[in-house]
Design a binder for this molecule. Structure first.
Ligand SMILES: [Fe+2]
Ligand SMILES: [Fe+2]
Length: 245
């Protein structure tokens, strides 16, 4: 894991050029509490993307299974599924490296792509662990089928759709992920807006050093929302590029 950038040097995400956001470390920049409030307002005033059919099917499935409202348990499922496209792309890239390793320039580009996918997976991993920690701290009971079996089925299906779309046409896979990340960004920022008590709740965590020094739960959720926007912007930037660039 890389070192985190101090809050004082953090760059507001809205100031980041989506194309330069290809820097895999950019998703790990924690913002100050004041900057996070500004970024939340930016998300809430922005329209959602026009989500494609596959994304809409996924969101409806999740609403039916876990309810329309955001909850900690539902966010945990969201994060389990969110890592999957990055895993799928990384896997496709390694297969490409196996076949094309004799071409150094191409191989380097593929490896840079792998690094970015891996950094995003790591970022999603912290989101998942943070949600799991909150669910555990609050003693929330979760049913075995809805929270163990079904998330794995969703992740399995989404993984295979992601790599197949990527092999077929990368922009389709990136577009699906951009929809997913856009949805996640808005869900997290809305959750903070509809739960003002989060601003009073201190973040008691084992992941402060890994994820960033945030004081309240409102800050953590806003930061996760900003991360999701980064992921969306990275996917949108990739949509216009050929495979592995
Ligand atoms: Fe996430
Ligand atoms: Fe994400």
């Amino acid at each position: 894991m890389t070192d985190l950038v101090p809050v004082s040097t953090a760059v507001p995400v809205s100031a980041v050029d989506p194309l330069s956001a290809a820097d895999p470390l950019s998703t790990l920049v924690p913002l100050s509490a004041a900057a996070l409030v500004t970024e939340q307002a930016t998300t809430l005033s922005a329209p959602r993307r026009r989500h494609g059919l596959l994304a809409r099917i996924l969101f409806i499935t999740m609403d039916v299974a876990y309810g329309k409202q955001g909850t900690l348990s539902k966010f945990k499922v969201l994060e389990l599924v969110a890592r999957v496209p990055y895993q799928a792309w990384e896997q496709v890239a390694y297969v490409a490296l196996t076949h094309k390793h004799q071409m150094p320039d191409f191989a380097r580009r593929v490896f840079e792509f792998v690094r970015e996918a891996r950094a995003q997976q790591d970022n999603e991993q912290w989101h998942l662990l943070i949600m799991q920690e909150l669910v555990h701290q609050r003693g929330i009971r979760e049913g075995f089928f809805r929270f163990r079996i079904l998330p794995q089925l969703l992740a399995f299906t989404y993984y295979h759709i992601s790599w197949m779309l990527y092999v077929l046409r990368p922009s389709l896979s990136y577009g699906l992920n951009a929809d997913f990340e856009d949805h996640a960004e808005h869900e997290y920022m809305n959750y903070v807006a509809t739960h003002p008590e989060l601003a009073e709740q201190k973040w008691e965590t084992a992941f402060a050093e890994d994820y960033g020094p945030h004081e309240t739960l409102a800050d953590v959720f806003r930061q996760i929302g900003v991360d999701e926007r980064h992921h969306k912007e990275q996917s949108i930037a990739h949509m216009a590029k050929p495979r592995f660039q």
